[in-house]
Ligand binder design. Structure first.
Ligand SMILES: Nc1ncnc2c1ncn2[C@@H]1O[C@H](COP(=O)(O)OP(=O)(O)OP(=O)(O)O)[C@@H](O)[C@H]1O
Ligand SMILES: [Mg+2]
Length: 203
């Protein structure tokens, strides 16, 4: 088991790190995201979705517990895995996790679960455990004032630690840095997510 720690100065860098993670993800993989409210779990997942080249905007589901983002064809026509994005926050019991039938889609998809810690590990011996934390001050005790979050838009450096659990990850190098979001790369879709046609520069 190894652990990779990456410091991400802003949301663009966090999305870029999601893209970087996507380069090592393949069908059947499970990513369990932990971190406080607003830490950046969904932001990271957006980057994973962009990197995997899947359909639809990865968002914080309000009433939706799981959303499947099917793959879009790559330039050569090939299809990667879908992204299954689960927000387990509202789940009340393990039965509900079972009812999601995550098992069924695990094989064909990259599954990213927010708030899955302690719930979904049983579904896969191999997984990436990713924690997203604000790097400064109040962390897990909720003592940070909501005002602080509003003042700076929740901005600030995040520290992401990735623990690769299980033999699936033997010999796999977990990325140590984000992919530059400004890189036009192979993802024309992402252009539509940038507002006003501006380009976001990571870092
Ligand atoms: N370095 C950073 N990384 C990620 N997000 C950041 C960063 N700096 C500021 N932000 C902002 O923090 C917020 C993170 O929101 P996000 O929905 O990704 O968090 P979350 O962990 O999914 O929250 P929830 O627990 O409600 O699901 C966004 O508004 C984002 O722009
Ligand atoms: Mg979220």
């Amino acid at each position: 088991m190894n652990e990779t720690v990456v410091r991400l100065p802003d949301a663009a860098a966090t999305r870029g790190y999601g893209r970087a993670l996507a380069t090592v993800l393949r069908a059947g993989d499970l990513v369990v995201l932990t971190g406080d409210l607003g830490a950046g779990k969904t932001t990271l997942t957006q980057g994973v979705g962009a990197g995997l080249h899947v359909r639809g905007q990865v968002a914080s589901p309000t009433f939706i517990i799981a959303r499947v983002h099917p793959p879009l064809p790559h330039e050569d026509g090939s299809l990667g895995p879908s992204l299954v994005h689960v927000d387990a926050y509202r789940l009340g019991s393990l039965d509900e996790v079972d009812a999601l039938d995550l098992d069924a889609s695990l094989d064909e998809s990259v599954t990213v679960v927010e708030w899955g810690e302690g719930w979904v590990e049983g579904l896969a011996a191999d997984r990436l455990e990713v924690s997203v934390q604000r790097s400064r001050g109040a962390s897990t005790d909720g003592s940070q004032h909501a005002d602080d979050l509003d003042d700076d838009g929740g901005a600030g450096e995040r520290v992401v630690s990735v623990r690769a659990v299980g033999p699936r990850w033997d010999g796999v190098v977990v990325p140590h840095a984000p992919v530059d979001e400004a890189d036009p790369a192979d993802d024309p879709d992402d252009v539509h997510r940038r507002s006003g046609g501006t380009t976001t520069v990571a870092g």
